[in-house]
Design a protein around this ligand. Structure first.
Ligand code: ADP
Ligand code: GN1
Ligand code: MG
Length: 360
Protein backbone atom coordinates (compact mmCIF):
# COMPACT_ATOMS: atom_id res chain seq x y z
CA UNK A 1 0.00 0.00 0.00
CA UNK A 2 2.98 2.30 0.48
CA UNK A 3 3.16 2.57 -3.31
CA UNK A 4 -0.25 4.24 -3.43
CA UNK A 5 -1.51 7.62 -2.21
CA UNK A 6 -2.99 6.11 0.91
CA UNK A 7 -2.43 7.71 4.30
CA UNK A 8 -2.06 6.03 7.70
CA UNK A 9 -0.67 2.79 9.09
CA UNK A 10 -1.34 -0.59 7.55
CA UNK A 11 -3.54 -2.79 9.79
CA UNK A 12 -4.46 -5.85 7.72
CA UNK A 13 -5.29 -7.21 4.25
CA UNK A 14 -7.89 -9.98 3.84
CA UNK A 15 -8.93 -11.85 0.70
CA UNK A 16 -12.31 -10.45 -0.25
CA UNK A 17 -15.33 -11.19 -2.47
CA UNK A 18 -16.08 -14.08 -4.80
CA UNK A 19 -14.90 -12.89 -8.22
CA UNK A 20 -13.61 -15.55 -10.60
CA UNK A 21 -10.81 -13.48 -12.10
CA UNK A 22 -8.78 -11.02 -10.03
CA UNK A 23 -7.14 -11.40 -6.61
CA UNK A 24 -9.05 -9.01 -4.36
CA UNK A 25 -8.13 -7.87 -0.84
CA UNK A 26 -9.87 -5.60 1.65
CA UNK A 27 -7.09 -3.53 3.19
CA UNK A 28 -7.60 -1.73 6.49
CA UNK A 29 -5.55 1.36 7.30
CA UNK A 30 -5.43 3.25 10.58
CA UNK A 31 -5.69 6.94 9.82
CA UNK A 32 -5.14 8.81 13.12
CA UNK A 33 -7.31 6.38 15.08
CA UNK A 34 -9.94 6.04 12.35
CA UNK A 35 -9.99 2.83 10.32
CA UNK A 36 -10.44 3.25 6.61
CA UNK A 37 -10.74 0.41 4.09
CA UNK A 38 -9.53 0.08 0.53
CA UNK A 39 -9.88 -2.54 -2.17
CA UNK A 40 -6.53 -3.76 -3.44
CA UNK A 41 -6.55 -5.94 -6.54
CA UNK A 42 -3.98 -7.82 -8.51
CA UNK A 43 -5.25 -7.69 -12.08
CA UNK A 44 -5.31 -11.10 -13.71
CA UNK A 45 -2.63 -10.59 -16.31
CA UNK A 46 -3.41 -13.88 -18.04
CA UNK A 47 -6.96 -12.78 -18.69
CA UNK A 48 -6.21 -9.11 -19.37
CA UNK A 49 -3.12 -8.89 -21.58
CA UNK A 50 -2.58 -5.14 -21.22
CA UNK A 51 -3.34 -3.86 -17.69
CA UNK A 52 -2.04 -0.28 -18.28
CA UNK A 53 -4.43 0.20 -21.21
CA UNK A 54 -7.21 -1.41 -19.19
CA UNK A 55 -6.57 1.09 -16.40
CA UNK A 56 -6.63 3.90 -18.94
CA UNK A 57 -10.20 2.84 -19.78
CA UNK A 58 -11.16 2.58 -16.13
CA UNK A 59 -9.73 5.96 -15.26
CA UNK A 60 -11.76 7.61 -18.02
CA UNK A 61 -14.91 5.73 -17.06
CA UNK A 62 -14.66 6.60 -13.36
CA UNK A 63 -14.15 10.27 -14.17
CA UNK A 64 -17.12 10.31 -16.51
CA UNK A 65 -19.37 8.49 -14.04
CA UNK A 66 -18.39 10.88 -11.23
CA UNK A 67 -19.13 13.85 -13.47
CA UNK A 68 -22.33 12.24 -14.76
CA UNK A 69 -23.67 11.72 -11.29
CA UNK A 70 -22.93 15.37 -10.48
CA UNK A 71 -24.76 16.42 -13.63
CA UNK A 72 -27.83 14.67 -12.28
CA UNK A 73 -27.77 16.97 -9.28
CA UNK A 74 -26.17 14.51 -6.88
CA UNK A 75 -23.11 15.29 -4.87
CA UNK A 76 -19.92 13.61 -5.95
CA UNK A 77 -19.55 10.76 -3.58
CA UNK A 78 -17.10 7.94 -3.69
CA UNK A 79 -19.99 5.53 -3.06
CA UNK A 80 -21.77 6.10 -6.38
CA UNK A 81 -18.82 5.44 -8.67
CA UNK A 82 -15.55 3.62 -8.15
CA UNK A 83 -12.65 5.92 -7.33
CA UNK A 84 -9.18 4.86 -8.39
CA UNK A 85 -6.40 5.67 -5.91
CA UNK A 86 -3.24 6.47 -7.88
CA UNK A 87 0.32 5.49 -7.08
CA UNK A 88 2.66 8.04 -5.55
CA UNK A 89 3.94 8.66 -9.09
CA UNK A 90 0.39 9.48 -10.21
CA UNK A 91 -0.25 6.27 -12.19
CA UNK A 92 -3.51 4.30 -11.83
CA UNK A 93 -1.66 0.97 -11.63
CA UNK A 94 1.55 -0.31 -10.02
CA UNK A 95 3.74 -3.01 -11.55
CA UNK A 96 5.67 -5.07 -9.01
CA UNK A 97 9.05 -6.75 -9.47
CA UNK A 98 7.44 -10.05 -10.48
CA UNK A 99 5.45 -8.36 -13.24
CA UNK A 100 2.16 -8.30 -11.28
CA UNK A 101 -0.17 -5.33 -11.78
CA UNK A 102 -1.90 -3.82 -8.75
CA UNK A 103 -4.58 -1.18 -8.29
CA UNK A 104 -6.46 0.37 -5.40
CA UNK A 105 -10.04 1.66 -5.10
CA UNK A 106 -11.84 3.31 -2.22
CA UNK A 107 -13.83 0.66 -0.40
CA UNK A 108 -17.57 1.20 -0.73
CA UNK A 109 -18.88 0.62 2.79
CA UNK A 110 -22.37 -0.47 3.74
CA UNK A 111 -23.09 -2.17 0.43
CA UNK A 112 -22.67 -5.73 -0.81
CA UNK A 113 -22.51 -7.68 -4.04
CA UNK A 114 -24.85 -10.70 -3.95
CA UNK A 115 -23.86 -14.00 -5.53
CA UNK A 116 -27.50 -15.10 -5.63
CA UNK A 117 -30.61 -12.99 -6.08
CA UNK A 118 -32.84 -12.97 -3.00
CA UNK A 119 -35.82 -10.85 -4.00
CA UNK A 120 -37.40 -8.79 -6.81
CA UNK A 121 -36.10 -5.57 -5.42
CA UNK A 122 -32.50 -6.66 -5.92
CA UNK A 123 -33.22 -7.73 -9.49
CA UNK A 124 -34.93 -4.43 -10.27
CA UNK A 125 -32.16 -2.39 -8.67
CA UNK A 126 -29.32 -4.25 -10.34
CA UNK A 127 -30.90 -3.87 -13.77
CA UNK A 128 -31.73 -0.22 -13.17
CA UNK A 129 -28.11 0.42 -12.16
CA UNK A 130 -26.61 -1.23 -15.25
CA UNK A 131 -29.08 0.64 -17.50
CA UNK A 132 -28.09 3.87 -15.80
CA UNK A 133 -24.43 2.97 -16.22
CA UNK A 134 -24.91 2.58 -19.98
CA UNK A 135 -26.88 5.81 -20.16
CA UNK A 136 -24.16 7.79 -18.39
CA UNK A 137 -21.45 6.39 -20.65
CA UNK A 138 -23.38 6.76 -23.89
CA UNK A 139 -21.58 9.99 -24.78
CA UNK A 140 -18.18 9.22 -23.32
CA UNK A 141 -15.89 11.84 -24.88
CA UNK A 142 -12.61 10.86 -26.50
CA UNK A 143 -11.45 7.89 -28.54
CA UNK A 144 -13.10 4.46 -28.63
CA UNK A 145 -12.30 2.50 -25.47
CA UNK A 146 -9.60 -0.17 -25.70
CA UNK A 147 -10.88 -3.71 -26.15
CA UNK A 148 -9.47 -5.19 -22.96
CA UNK A 149 -10.29 -8.72 -24.14
CA UNK A 150 -10.72 -8.79 -27.92
CA UNK A 151 -13.76 -10.78 -29.05
CA UNK A 152 -15.04 -11.10 -25.47
CA UNK A 153 -18.65 -11.58 -26.56
CA UNK A 154 -17.98 -13.01 -29.98
CA UNK A 155 -20.17 -16.02 -29.24
CA UNK A 156 -19.53 -17.89 -32.52
CA UNK A 157 -15.79 -17.56 -31.91
CA UNK A 158 -16.27 -18.92 -28.39
CA UNK A 159 -18.18 -21.84 -29.86
CA UNK A 160 -15.49 -22.45 -32.47
CA UNK A 161 -12.85 -22.53 -29.77
CA UNK A 162 -14.97 -25.01 -27.84
CA UNK A 163 -15.35 -27.18 -30.93
CA UNK A 164 -11.56 -27.35 -31.29
CA UNK A 165 -10.86 -28.05 -27.65
CA UNK A 166 -13.59 -30.70 -27.60
CA UNK A 167 -12.16 -32.38 -30.70
CA UNK A 168 -8.67 -32.46 -29.18
CA UNK A 169 -9.69 -33.52 -25.65
CA UNK A 170 -8.69 -36.98 -24.41
CA UNK A 171 -11.44 -39.48 -25.14
CA UNK A 172 -12.66 -40.02 -21.54
CA UNK A 173 -13.15 -36.27 -21.02
CA UNK A 174 -14.89 -35.97 -24.35
CA UNK A 175 -17.24 -38.80 -23.45
CA UNK A 176 -17.95 -37.24 -20.06
CA UNK A 177 -19.26 -34.05 -21.66
CA UNK A 178 -20.96 -35.43 -24.76
CA UNK A 179 -24.48 -34.37 -23.76
CA UNK A 180 -23.36 -30.86 -22.82
CA UNK A 181 -21.31 -30.52 -25.99
CA UNK A 182 -24.30 -31.56 -28.07
CA UNK A 183 -26.43 -28.88 -26.43
CA UNK A 184 -23.98 -26.16 -27.41
CA UNK A 185 -22.98 -27.41 -30.84
CA UNK A 186 -26.55 -27.94 -31.99
CA UNK A 187 -27.35 -24.26 -31.38
CA UNK A 188 -24.64 -22.79 -33.60
CA UNK A 189 -27.10 -20.63 -35.56
CA UNK A 190 -28.24 -18.89 -32.40
CA UNK A 191 -24.62 -18.35 -31.40
CA UNK A 192 -24.01 -15.99 -34.33
CA UNK A 193 -27.24 -14.05 -34.24
CA UNK A 194 -26.19 -10.95 -32.31
CA UNK A 195 -22.75 -10.51 -33.86
CA UNK A 196 -24.16 -10.89 -37.34
CA UNK A 197 -26.80 -8.21 -36.63
CA UNK A 198 -23.95 -6.03 -35.49
CA UNK A 199 -21.91 -6.75 -38.63
CA UNK A 200 -24.92 -5.83 -40.75
CA UNK A 201 -25.05 -2.50 -38.94
CA UNK A 202 -28.41 -3.30 -37.37
CA UNK A 203 -27.37 -3.50 -33.71
CA UNK A 204 -25.36 -0.46 -32.57
CA UNK A 205 -22.07 -0.67 -30.75
CA UNK A 206 -22.25 1.10 -27.37
CA UNK A 207 -20.13 1.42 -24.27
CA UNK A 208 -21.25 -1.64 -22.33
CA UNK A 209 -20.13 -3.29 -19.12
CA UNK A 210 -19.94 -6.83 -20.51
CA UNK A 211 -19.84 -8.55 -17.11
CA UNK A 212 -23.13 -7.49 -15.53
CA UNK A 213 -23.45 -10.39 -13.13
CA UNK A 214 -25.42 -9.57 -10.03
CA UNK A 215 -22.40 -9.45 -7.75
CA UNK A 216 -20.83 -6.75 -9.90
CA UNK A 217 -23.23 -4.17 -8.53
CA UNK A 218 -23.09 -3.19 -4.88
CA UNK A 219 -26.45 -2.89 -3.11
CA UNK A 220 -26.88 -0.71 -0.02
CA UNK A 221 -27.59 -2.82 3.04
CA UNK A 222 -30.00 -0.28 4.54
CA UNK A 223 -31.85 1.28 1.63
CA UNK A 224 -31.57 -1.83 -0.59
CA UNK A 225 -30.88 0.45 -3.53
CA UNK A 226 -28.07 -0.27 -5.98
CA UNK A 227 -25.21 2.05 -5.10
CA UNK A 228 -22.38 1.37 -7.49
CA UNK A 229 -21.50 -0.70 -10.53
CA UNK A 230 -18.08 -2.31 -10.05
CA UNK A 231 -15.71 -4.66 -11.91
CA UNK A 232 -15.02 -2.30 -14.79
CA UNK A 233 -12.29 -4.40 -16.44
CA UNK A 234 -14.49 -5.39 -19.36
CA UNK A 235 -16.16 -2.02 -19.98
CA UNK A 236 -15.58 -1.53 -23.69
CA UNK A 237 -17.49 -1.32 -26.95
CA UNK A 238 -20.22 -3.95 -26.98
CA UNK A 239 -23.85 -4.88 -27.52
CA UNK A 240 -26.66 -4.10 -25.12
CA UNK A 241 -28.39 -7.52 -25.24
CA UNK A 242 -25.31 -9.16 -23.72
CA UNK A 243 -25.46 -6.78 -20.75
CA UNK A 244 -29.14 -7.37 -20.14
CA UNK A 245 -28.43 -11.03 -20.81
CA UNK A 246 -25.93 -11.46 -18.01
CA UNK A 247 -28.44 -9.94 -15.61
CA UNK A 248 -30.91 -12.59 -16.74
CA UNK A 249 -28.28 -15.29 -16.37
CA UNK A 250 -27.42 -14.34 -12.81
CA UNK A 251 -30.65 -12.88 -11.41
CA UNK A 252 -33.50 -15.13 -12.53
CA UNK A 253 -32.69 -18.17 -10.43
CA UNK A 254 -32.05 -18.59 -6.74
CA UNK A 255 -29.60 -21.38 -7.50
CA UNK A 256 -25.89 -20.69 -7.16
CA UNK A 257 -23.85 -20.74 -10.35
CA UNK A 258 -22.23 -23.99 -9.25
CA UNK A 259 -25.35 -25.77 -7.96
CA UNK A 260 -25.00 -29.54 -8.39
CA UNK A 261 -28.69 -30.29 -7.98
CA UNK A 262 -30.09 -29.15 -11.32
CA UNK A 263 -33.66 -29.43 -10.00
CA UNK A 264 -32.88 -26.29 -8.05
CA UNK A 265 -31.91 -24.35 -11.14
CA UNK A 266 -35.37 -22.93 -11.80
CA UNK A 267 -35.99 -19.89 -13.93
CA UNK A 268 -38.13 -17.40 -12.01
CA UNK A 269 -40.38 -15.32 -14.24
CA UNK A 270 -41.11 -12.74 -11.56
CA UNK A 271 -37.42 -12.01 -11.18
CA UNK A 272 -37.16 -11.70 -14.95
CA UNK A 273 -40.02 -9.17 -15.00
CA UNK A 274 -38.36 -7.17 -12.22
CA UNK A 275 -35.17 -7.07 -14.32
CA UNK A 276 -37.10 -5.91 -17.37
CA UNK A 277 -38.81 -3.13 -15.39
CA UNK A 278 -35.57 -2.01 -13.76
CA UNK A 279 -33.58 -2.03 -16.97
CA UNK A 280 -36.20 -0.26 -19.07
CA UNK A 281 -36.68 2.37 -16.36
CA UNK A 282 -33.15 3.64 -17.01
CA UNK A 283 -32.19 2.38 -20.48
CA UNK A 284 -35.64 2.55 -22.10
CA UNK A 285 -35.05 6.05 -23.38
CA UNK A 286 -32.09 5.24 -25.62
CA UNK A 287 -32.62 1.67 -26.83
CA UNK A 288 -33.47 1.07 -30.47
CA UNK A 289 -36.44 -1.17 -31.39
CA UNK A 290 -34.09 -3.97 -32.47
CA UNK A 291 -32.16 -3.80 -29.21
CA UNK A 292 -35.41 -4.09 -27.26
CA UNK A 293 -36.46 -7.06 -29.38
CA UNK A 294 -33.23 -8.88 -28.55
CA UNK A 295 -33.10 -8.42 -24.79
CA UNK A 296 -34.72 -11.75 -24.00
CA UNK A 297 -32.59 -13.48 -26.60
CA UNK A 298 -29.57 -11.85 -24.92
CA UNK A 299 -30.61 -13.67 -21.72
CA UNK A 300 -30.54 -16.98 -23.52
CA UNK A 301 -27.35 -16.27 -25.44
CA UNK A 302 -25.33 -14.94 -22.53
CA UNK A 303 -26.23 -18.00 -20.46
CA UNK A 304 -25.30 -20.19 -23.41
CA UNK A 305 -22.00 -18.36 -24.00
CA UNK A 306 -20.89 -18.53 -20.37
CA UNK A 307 -21.81 -22.23 -20.41
CA UNK A 308 -19.62 -22.73 -23.49
CA UNK A 309 -16.76 -20.92 -21.74
CA UNK A 310 -17.07 -23.00 -18.56
CA UNK A 311 -17.10 -26.23 -20.52
CA UNK A 312 -14.13 -25.15 -22.64
CA UNK A 313 -12.20 -24.31 -19.49
CA UNK A 314 -13.07 -27.69 -17.99
CA UNK A 315 -11.70 -29.45 -21.06
CA UNK A 316 -8.59 -27.27 -21.05
CA UNK A 317 -7.81 -28.14 -17.43
CA UNK A 318 -9.34 -25.12 -15.61
CA UNK A 319 -6.87 -22.49 -16.68
CA UNK A 320 -9.17 -19.44 -16.83
CA UNK A 321 -11.84 -19.33 -14.10
CA UNK A 322 -10.90 -19.83 -10.47
CA UNK A 323 -12.04 -23.30 -9.39
CA UNK A 324 -12.24 -25.15 -6.09
CA UNK A 325 -12.27 -28.71 -7.53
CA UNK A 326 -11.61 -30.39 -10.88
CA UNK A 327 -15.23 -30.66 -12.04
CA UNK A 328 -16.17 -27.16 -10.90
CA UNK A 329 -16.38 -25.74 -14.41
CA UNK A 330 -18.36 -28.75 -15.62
CA UNK A 331 -20.87 -28.25 -12.81
CA UNK A 332 -21.10 -24.58 -13.74
CA UNK A 333 -21.60 -25.42 -17.42
CA UNK A 334 -24.49 -27.71 -16.48
CA UNK A 335 -26.29 -25.01 -14.50
CA UNK A 336 -25.97 -22.71 -17.50
CA UNK A 337 -27.48 -25.34 -19.78
CA UNK A 338 -30.34 -25.92 -17.33
CA UNK A 339 -31.14 -22.22 -17.20
CA UNK A 340 -30.62 -21.55 -20.91
CA UNK A 341 -33.02 -24.39 -21.83
CA UNK A 342 -35.72 -22.93 -19.61
CA UNK A 343 -35.31 -19.46 -21.07
CA UNK A 344 -35.35 -20.94 -24.56
CA UNK A 345 -38.63 -22.76 -23.86
CA UNK A 346 -40.51 -19.60 -22.85
CA UNK A 347 -38.68 -17.02 -24.94
CA UNK A 348 -41.72 -15.97 -26.98
CA UNK A 349 -43.82 -15.39 -23.85
CA UNK A 350 -41.07 -13.41 -22.18
CA UNK A 351 -40.66 -11.25 -25.27
CA UNK A 352 -44.36 -10.48 -25.20
CA UNK A 353 -44.26 -9.61 -21.50
CA UNK A 354 -41.21 -7.42 -21.90
CA UNK A 355 -42.85 -5.59 -24.81
CA UNK A 356 -45.90 -4.92 -22.62
CA UNK A 357 -43.73 -3.45 -19.87
CA UNK A 358 -41.98 -1.36 -22.50
CA UNK A 359 -45.26 0.01 -23.85
CA UNK A 360 -46.59 0.86 -20.39
P1 ADP B 1 -13.44 -10.03 -10.19
O1 ADP B 1 -13.12 -9.50 -11.55
O2 ADP B 1 -12.50 -11.05 -9.72
O3 ADP B 1 -14.87 -10.45 -10.14
P2 ADP B 1 -14.29 -7.64 -8.75
O4 ADP B 1 -13.74 -6.31 -9.19
O5 ADP B 1 -15.68 -7.94 -9.12
O6 ADP B 1 -13.27 -8.79 -9.20
O7 ADP B 1 -14.13 -7.67 -7.15
C1 ADP B 1 -14.41 -8.84 -6.42
C2 ADP B 1 -15.37 -8.54 -5.29
O8 ADP B 1 -14.81 -7.54 -4.41
C3 ADP B 1 -16.71 -7.93 -5.74
O9 ADP B 1 -17.64 -8.92 -6.10
C4 ADP B 1 -17.13 -7.14 -4.52
O10 ADP B 1 -17.75 -7.97 -3.56
C5 ADP B 1 -15.81 -6.66 -3.93
N1 ADP B 1 -15.47 -5.27 -4.32
C6 ADP B 1 -14.80 -4.89 -5.45
N2 ADP B 1 -14.61 -3.56 -5.46
C7 ADP B 1 -15.15 -3.07 -4.32
C8 ADP B 1 -15.23 -1.75 -3.72
N3 ADP B 1 -14.71 -0.68 -4.31
N4 ADP B 1 -15.84 -1.64 -2.51
C9 ADP B 1 -16.36 -2.73 -1.89
N5 ADP B 1 -16.30 -3.98 -2.39
C10 ADP B 1 -15.70 -4.16 -3.59
C1 GN1 C 1 -16.14 -13.78 -14.61
O1 GN1 C 1 -14.89 -11.46 -12.91
P1 GN1 C 1 -16.22 -12.04 -12.59
O2 GN1 C 1 -16.21 -13.13 -11.60
O3 GN1 C 1 -17.19 -10.90 -12.26
C2 GN1 C 1 -15.94 -13.51 -16.09
C3 GN1 C 1 -17.30 -13.29 -16.77
C4 GN1 C 1 -18.17 -14.51 -16.56
C5 GN1 C 1 -18.30 -14.77 -15.07
C6 GN1 C 1 -19.05 -16.06 -14.79
C7 GN1 C 1 -13.29 -11.14 -17.30
O4 GN1 C 1 -16.73 -12.64 -14.00
O5 GN1 C 1 -17.12 -13.07 -18.15
O6 GN1 C 1 -19.45 -14.30 -17.12
O7 GN1 C 1 -17.00 -14.89 -14.45
N1 GN1 C 1 -15.09 -12.35 -16.28
C8 GN1 C 1 -14.11 -12.36 -17.20
O8 GN1 C 1 -19.44 -16.08 -13.48
O9 GN1 C 1 -13.88 -13.33 -17.93
MG1 MG D 1 -16.62 -9.40 -10.29
Amino acid sequence: MERFCVAGDFVEACPYGSGHINDTYAVTMDQAGRTVRYILQRINHRVFPDPPRLMENIHRICRELGAGLRRDGEERSSRRALTVVCTREGAPVHQDDQGGFWRVYYFIEGALGYDVVENHRQAFEAARAFGEFQRLLADLPGPRLHETIPGFHDTPRRLERFRQVFAEAPRPRREAVRVEAEFFLSRHDEASRLVSLQRQGLLPERVTHNDTKLNNVLIDQETHQAVCVIDLDTVMPGLVPYDFGDLVRTSTTRAVEDERDLEKVRFDREFFLALARGYLSSAGAFLTPLEREHLVFGGFLMTYEVGVRFLTDYLEGNVYFKTAYDEHNLVRARTQIALASQIEAVRGELEEELAQIDRA
